[in-house]
Design a protein around this ligand. Sequence first.
Ligand code: SAH
Ligand code: SF4
Ligand code: F3S
Length: 465
Amino acid sequence: MSDTLTLPEVETAAAPEGTKRLFIKTYGCQMNVYDSERMADVLRPLGYATTDSPEGADFVILNTCHIREKAGEKIYSELGKIRQMRERKLERGEGGMTIAVAGCVAQAEGEEIMLRAPAVDIVVGPQAYHQLPELLTRTARSRGERIGADFAPNEKFDAMPVARGVKGFTAFLTVQEGCDKFCSFCVVPYTRGAEWSRPVADVLAEARGLADQGVREVTLLGQNVNAYDGEGPDGTVWTLARLARALAEIPGLDRIRYTTSHANDMSDDLIAAHAELDALMPYLHLPVQAGSDRILRLMNRKHGRQKYIDLIGRIREARPDLALAGDMIVGFPGETDREFEDTMDLVRQVDYAACFSFMYSPRPGTPAATMPGQIPAEVMKERLKALQDLLFEQQVAFNQAQVGKTLNVLFERKGRHELRAQGIGRSPYLQSVHVDGADHLLGQIVPVRIEQGNQNSLKGSLIGA
Ligand code: SAH
Ligand code: SF4
Ligand code: F3S
C-alpha cells in the first residue's frame, strides 16, 4: 500500500512522460518500422507517448516509403485526412497538432510535399530524425516553417539514446543503411544514401539492451545487410558472419535473423555461419527479382541467373533445412513473355517458402523509368497473377511439409481462443504457429509438434500435451 502513496509523487516530479500524444504511421520496409520506434525513443524524453490513432494526437508523423508509385501517392490522401483531424481538434479547443512527413518520400520529394501539402510542419529524411526534438521547438516558435534535413547516418546513431522502448520478444536492429548497388529500377540508393555500417560496439550495446528487456529474437536490418562491414572494437572490419557469432554469445538472445541480402554479398563465411550457428535461423530472404539473364542485366543486378541458382545450391548444402524467401518484379521494361517464363521457371527451381512479387513501377530519376518497352498494365497484371498463383502453391506446400515435424516456437502473444489458452508464436521459418494450452509460455522457445499447415499459419501441440 505504501508504494501507491509514494510513487505518484516521484513520477510527477521526475518527468512529464506520456503527457503528449504521438501517432506514427509506418509505411514500407522493416527499416522504417525500426526508424519509427527510434523516433518514439527520441521523443519520449519530451513527454510524448505513442497512441494507436491520429485522432486527437498532438504530434502525427507519417514515416513514408517511396519504393513504388502507389506507396508515395498514399501520403497525400492520408495528409488530407490528418489535416481535417487537426481542424476538429482545434475546434474542440484541444490545441494544435504538429504534422511531420518522415522517411523516404520526405527525402525524395521534400520540396513537392511542401508545395502540395501546406499543412505539413516538418519534413525530415531518414538520416535526420534524431533532430526531431530540435525541429519541433523550431516549428513551435515559427509555425509554418518547414524543415528538411539531410545528414550522415553515423550522426543519427550517435545522437540517439541507446535505450529502446521495446515491447515484446522480437525486435529489429538496424546495422547497415543505404545502398551502392543502383539497380536500375530502385529509388533506395537515392533515398537512403550510400552504404554505411554501424560500428560493432554500437550494435552489440543495443543488442544487449534488447536482451536485458527480454528480447529473444533480433532481426538485423540493412538494405544490403550481408554487405555489413562495420568497424570492430579491435579496429578491423567485421563481416556480418562475425557480428552474428558475437551476437549469439549474448545471454538470452537465442535467435538471429538478417534481412535483406544481395546474392553478390553472400560470402562463404556467412554460408559457413549458417552451418555452425544454432542461433542463426534457417531462413534467408535473398531476392533475385527476375529469372532472365537479359532482364537481370538491364536491372543492373550484377549477377546472372545461374550464379543465383548455384549460390542457393551451396547454401542448401551447408544448411539443408534452410528455407528461402525472395522478391520478384514482373513487367520490367522490355520483358517478353519468354523472359517472364524464365522467372516462372526460376521460381520452380528454387522453390520459395515465401516470396513477395510486384508489378514494375517506374520511379522518377531511375534509369529504368525511361527505358524503351514499358509494359502495359494489363500484361503486368496477368503476369503477376500467374506468378502469385505459383508462389501461393509453394507457400502452402511449404507450410504443409511441416506437418509431423517438431519445430521450436518462440511464443509471442496470446491467441483469440482464451478458453483453449491459445498461444501464438513464430517458427524458425517465420510462420505463425497456433498452439492450445500455450498462453503461459510467452517469451519462451518451446518445441511444438506441427499438426496442420494452412495458407498463412501452422497449428500444433506442445510435446507431451
Ligand atoms: N535491397 C533489397 C530490396 C529493397 S526494395 C534487394 O536488393 O533485394 C524491396 C523490394 O521492392 C525489391 O526487392 C523489389 O522487388 C521491389 N522494388 C523495388 N523497386 C521497385 C520498383 N520500381 N517497382 C516494383 N518493385 C520494386
Ligand atoms: Fe534497391 Fe538494388 Fe539496392 Fe536492393 S540492391 S536496395 S533493389 S538498388
Ligand atoms: Fe520504402 Fe525506403 Fe524502405 S523506399 S522500402 S521505406 S528504404
